[in-house]
Design a protein around this ligand. Sequence first.
Ligand code: KIV
Ligand code: NA
Length: 269
Amino acid sequence: MTTVRAIETMAGDDPITMLTAYDAPTAALVDAAGVDLILVGDSMGNAALGYDSTLPVTVEEVRSRTAAVARATSDAVVVADMPFLSVGVDEAQSIDHCGRMLKEADADAVKLECGPHTVELTKRLVELGVPVMAHLGLTPQQVKQTGYLRQGTSKAEAQEILDLARAHEEAGAFSVVLEHVPANLAAQVTEELAIPTVGIGAGPDCDGQVLVVNDVVGLGDSVPPFAKQFGDVQSAMMEAIGSYVEAVESGTFPAEEHSHVEPDLDELY
Ligand code: KIV
Ligand code: NA
């Protein structure tokens, strides 16, 4: 079984792999593939719940999906992604929301979209026994302020990201996700930190990579330019579903082998 402690010491080792999952069957596949960390991302808003951003996702949705993923996972570290406004409003409430992911959903850690306001919270959570993965760069819960643009493109912004990465390491985070930042910034953050960086749209020099599983398997309609589609599950599903519809409509399903005839039931009146 992979642990948070093991991940924390993987900086500079073999690349770390992380993928999202939002349900038990997908988590079982991701886990069986040997992925180190499974993120129950608030990307479920787009990928699984039909929203067009992550903003509407609730603590209860992440809790319930995390529990399903944890039940189906035996090796990977399960990380629950804290949704919009579930942390940062009030310390006690933030800790309660994060703690529920461990107490009620069997997560191994939480991920926070970070800023200056999450440094103290990270310290407090780690003190209390809740491992924290920090998320810097593009933080999609800030979409109303930043859009989905690449972050850290000016020297001042890049410096702020590096400083926040250091502050969250100091506060006890066990790793840092870097999203949609220049590769040369991600390389410097990776070089600076003792804890591992996990990149998405952050170039090849992070200690690991993370993608949304729907993008990887080809389920859904648009893959961001920095992601890569490795399969075409959507076509496979459409083919299977189309075949089912055709079989029912043409009367070839259910066939004899899918049916059971009980002797003695033929003469009801
Ligand atoms: O919600 C998510 O899937 C994420 C990853 C893209 C890092 O936050
Ligand atoms: Na997220």
